[in-house]
Design a protein around this ligand. Structure first.
Ligand SMILES: [Zn+2]
Length: 157
């Protein structure tokens, strides 16, 4: 199991790996929990055919039900150089970088997680409340959790 995780880490890029590790660790915890239940049954000399279920026994405790894992998909990523040349072909003029004014400028070294555009194309989108927007691909980003923009988290239901 751990070999599989390490093999997977080697394949993935650094940002998205954390999400996959958490998913695998949660699955491991879930399977270990079922294994421990079997061991406990063995230790008390009592055999129970069914392992504990995640479904609530009583309707009153439905709020305590654990949701299924979200579906994690990789988002389609772009190259800002291709997007800029496409813009030049369509519009007939190059897309100008942003002249940052005021205090709400993106932190130094910020790049768009979707198209890899440098900070010259990223502007403040919410008046200093932390969300930025890429002028090239129009995706929003938070510099502190930019790796999440590379993934699509979907509801499993
Ligand atoms: Zn972008």
């Amino acid at each position: 199991m751990f070999y599989y995780i390490i093999k997977h880490i080697a394949k993935e890029s650094e940002g998205t790996t954390v999400i996959y590790i958490i998913t695998y660790l949660l699955r491991i915890i879930k399977s270990l929990s079922k294994f421990l239940f079997k061991v406990q049954c063995f230790l008390v000399n009592r055999y129970m055919a069914n392992s504990p279920s995640d479904n609530p026994v009583s309707e009153k405790y439905r709020a305590l039900k654990i949701d299924e894992m979200p579906i994690i998909e990789k988002r389609q990523l772009y190259d800002y150089k291709h997007l800029l040349s496409d813009y030049l072909e369509k519009q007939g003029k190059p897309l100008k970088p942003i002249e940052h004014r005021g205090n709400n400028i993106p932190p130094q070294g910020t790049v768009c997680p979707v198209c890899n555009a440098p900070a010259e194309y990223i502007y403040d989108n919410t008046g200093g409340r932390g969300q930025f927007k890429c002028k090239v691909c129009n995706s929003t980003l938070n510099p502190h959790s930019a790796y999440l923009e590379k993934l699509n988290l979907k509801c499993p239901h």
